[in-house]
Design a binder for this molecule. Sequence first.
Ligand SMILES: [Zn+2]
Ligand SMILES: [Zn+2]
Length: 189
Amino acid sequence: MYDPATGRINVTDTQEACEAAARPDVDPRYVNHCVECQISYLPADTTITYVVPVRPVSADKASGRVGRGGVGFAYSGVKMDGPAPVDAILGAHMLAPFDDCGGHVNPNAGYHLHAVTDCLKTVPSADGHAPAIGIAMDGYTIHQRDAEAAADLDRCGGHTVEGIGYHYHAAEPGANAILGCHTGETSSR
Ligand SMILES: [Zn+2]
Ligand SMILES: [Zn+2]
């Protein structure tokens, strides 16, 4: 991702380059590039609407993986997205690096997270359990990663604890999956 003659890193540094590089059929000019899209490239009135059950309903069967609607959202409203598309990234030899909070910008999704670090606002849990950091698309709360809880979690990253009920814990940042799937009904699977 750099010019071996000059050592200069190949990076998209205009809105036009960001859009050409971030689309699924990457513009061949931007293969072997770092993709750097800025929040300022998005329209100022950009909004995102989440459709989430107020009362979570357990599904007959957990989803196979996180659907197109993403994992959920942080209390700030930032989207927690599904895994970064590693095949597409490796196929085009390009990378849209994350900031320290596990997020980056693309022209369609805006700013979104692929990992949870320690940046998010937290809400304390009953009995000193790991604090909540957001809401999953099936309405269950998502809590901070917790080493003690980790051994107890189902395939999606959830478990039931007295006083809190069923909830998820975010996976470690290197997992490329904040949650593995959803166990409750979502509006998009
Ligand atoms: Zn992304
Ligand atoms: Zn827990």
